[in-house]
Design a protein around this ligand. Structure first.
Ligand code: ADP
Length: 461
C-alpha cells in the first residue's frame, strides 16, 4: 500500500477528544483544523487548533457536527488530507467514512465496510461465532414478534436483555425478568431504538448476572499486522454507561488475560481489522468470558491503556492511516511481545451532574475552576476554566482524570488526591460521587462488577 503523508488534519468532533487529537497531530508536525457549531462559537477546542471553521450554519448543536456535506465542503475548501472522527457523532457512520474515501480524504479509522459490519451487533455476533469466540446465547437474527421472544425464553430462560441492533452508549437496553413483561419491554425497546438510533431492530441475549466488563484494545495496520494493547476493566458503570475505568483489570490472572486478548485478536484478524478498535467482553463470576461487541473507533477510556503501555494510540491511528506498518519506525511496534504493560491506571469521567435533580446534567457559567494535577496525573479536558460557559447542548463531560501508579493502590490514592484538589463552582459535578467510588473497599480490592454502582446507595451521599 502506498504511503501518503498527512499534512492537514481536520477533527470532525468537539470537546476533549478534539483537543486530544490536535495534541497528537501537532506533535507529529501536522497542521490541525477544527470545526465548530454556532453553539460552540467560544468553545475551547476551536482555539486549540491551528485553524477553525464554522460547520452546519443554521443547524442545531448536534446536527451541525453530523452535517456530512458541510464537513466535506470545509475539508475540500481547506486542502484537508485526513479527517479524524473522534468518538460519537460520525465516528461509526459508514456513509461518512465512504464519502471521505470517495472525496480522496483519508478517514482515520477502519474501512467503511468494517464500520458497517460492527455497527450491526447481530452481524458482529455472527462474525464472533464464525471466529469461534464465545458469545452470550442470543437470537441469531433480529426478532420481530413476541412469538420469537417467547421461543428464545423457553430455550434459555430469564432474565433476558433486549438490545438494539444499532445500539450504543448503553442506551435502549431492557432487562426482562418474566414473561408478563416481555411484550411491553419489546415495544419500548423498539421505540427507544428507533428514536435513538434510527433503527427499530432489536435482538435478545441471555442477561448475565453480575458480570465484569472487560475490553481489549486492538491496533492493526493496513498490511495485515495486528496487536493487542491488553485490557481495560470498565465494570464501574451507571445505567450501563462507564464511569470509572481501570487498566489492567484486577480480576484476570496472566493465563485468563492471555486467553481474552487472544480471543479479541482472533476475531479482529478474521475481520481483517485495521486502525484502533476495541473488543468488548463480559466476564462472569465463574471466570468465563463472552463477546458482546466491537467498537470500531477510539474510545473515551483509551488514555489508561496509553498510560500502562506507553503507546500513543491516537498517533498510531494517524500513522496507520498514512499507510505505515506497525513495525515502521513511525509507530515502532515490531511485534506483540514488544508491547509490555507496567503499573496501573485509573480514569474518572468528571461530569456535570445535579444530584438533586435526578442526576441530570447541569449547565451554567463556571465561577471557579481550579484543577488538580501533579506526578502521575493526566488530564484530558479543555472546556473547564474560570468563566467558561457550560452549555446544555452536548455530553456532560468536563474533564477526564487519568492517574498512573506502580501499584493499583498508588493509582487510586493519586486519583483521590486529584479529585479532592479540584474546585469547580458554578455547575454541580459528580466529584463527590467519584471520591466515594475510588475509596470504596470493594473498588480498591477489585471486588466489583457491573452492578457495583446500582447496588450501593452509599456512593451517592
Ligand atoms: P452499548 O453499545 O450500548 O454500550 P454494550 O453491548 O456494549 O452496549 O453493553 C453495555 C453494557 O450493558 C455492558 O457493559 C453490560 O454492563 C451491559 N450488558 C450488555 N449486554 C449484557 C448481557 N447480555 N448481560 C448482562 N449485561 C449486559
Amino acid at each position: 500500500m502506498e504511503k501518503r503523508k498527512i499534512n492537514r488534519l481536520l477533527v470532525a468532533n468537539r470537546g476533549e477528544i478534539a483537543i486530544r487529537i490536535f495534541r497528537a497531530a501537532t506533535e507529529l508536525g501536522i497542521r490541525t483544523v477544527a470545526i465548530y457549531s454556532e453553539q460552540d462559537n467560544v468553545s475551547i477546542h476551536r482555539f486549540k487548533a491551528d485553524e477553525s471553521y464554522l460547520v452546519g450554519a443554521g443547524k442545531g448543536p448536534i446536527e451541525a457536527y453530523l452535517d456530512i456535506d458541510s464537513i466535506i465542503e470545509i475539508a475540500k475548501r481547506n486542502d484537508i488530507d485526513a479527517i479524524h472522527p473522534g468518538y460519537g457523532f460520525l465516528a461509526e457512520n459508514a456513509d461518512f467514512a465512504k464519502r471521505c474515501q470517495e472525496e480522496g480524504i483519508i478517514f482515520i479509522g477502519p474501512s467503511s465496510e468494517l464500520i458497517e459490519k460492527f455497527g450491526d451487533k447481530v452481524e458482529a455476533r455472527k462474525l464472533a461465532i464464525e471466529a469461534q469466540i464465545p458469545v452470550i446465547p442470543g437470537t441469531p437474527e433480529p426478532i420481530e414478534t413476541l412469538q420469537e421472544a417467547l421461543l428464545f425464553a423457553k430455550e434459555y430462560g430469564y432474565p433476558i436483555i433486549i438490545k438494539g441492533v444499532s445500539g450504543g452508549g448503553g442506551r435502549g437496553m431492557r432487562i426482562v425478568r418474566s414473561q408478563d413483561e416481555l411484550q411491553d419491554s419489546l415495544d419500548r425497546a423498539r421505540s427507544e431504538a428507533r428514536s435513538s438510533f434510527g433503527n427499530a431492530k432489536v435482538y435478545l441475549e441471555r442477561y448475565l448476572e453480575q458480570p465484569k466488563h472487560i475490553e481489549v484494545q486492538i491496533l492493526g495496520d493496513n498490511h495485515g499486522n495486528i496487536v493487542h494493547l491488553f485490557e481495560r476493566d470498565c465494570s464501574v458503570q451507571r445505567r450501563h454507561q462507564k464511569v470509572v475505568e481501570v487498566a489492567p483489570s484486577l480480576s484476570l490472572d496472566d493465563s485468563l488475560r492471555e486467553e481474552i486478548c487472544q480471543a479479541a485478536l482472533t476475531l479482529m484478524k478474521k475481520a481483517g481489522y485495521s486502525n484502533a478498535g476495541t473488543v468488548e467482553f463480559l466476564l462472569t463470576p465463574d471466570k468465563r468470558f463472552y463477546f458482546i461487541e466491537v467498537n470500531p473507533r477510539i474510545q473515551v477510556e483509551h488514555t489508561i491503556t496509553e498510560l500502562i503501555t506507553g503507546i500513543d494510540i491516537v498517533q498510531s491511528q494517524i500513522r496507520v492511516a498514512e499507510g505505515h506498518a506497525l513495525s515502521d519506525p513511525e509507530i515502532g511496534i515490531a511485534s506483540q511481545s514488544q508491547i509490555q504493560m507496567s503499573g496501573y491506571a485509573i480514569q474518572c469521567r468528571v461530569t456535570t451532574e445535579d444530584a438533586e435533580n435526578n442526576f441530570l446534567p447541569d449547565a451554567g457559567r463556571l465561577s471557579a475552576w481550579r484543577s488538580g494535577g501533579g506526578f502521575g496525573v493526566r488530564l484530558d479536558g479543555g472546556n473547564g476554566y474560570p468563566g467558561a460557559i457550560i452549555t446544555p447542548f452536548y455530553d456532560s463531560l468536563l474533564v477526564k482524570i487519568s492517574t498512573y501508579g506502580t501499584s493499583f493502590d498508588q493509582a487510586a490514592r493519586k486519583m483521590l488526591r486529584t479529585l479532592r484538589e479540584f474546585r469547580i463552582r458554578g455547575v454541580k459535578t459528580n466529584l463527590p460521587f467519584l471520591e466515594n467510588v475510588v475509596t470504596h473497599p470493594d473498588f480498591l480490592s477489585g471486588n466489583y462488577d457491573t452492578s457495583f454502582i446500582d447496588t450501593k446507595p452509599e456512593l451517592f451521599v
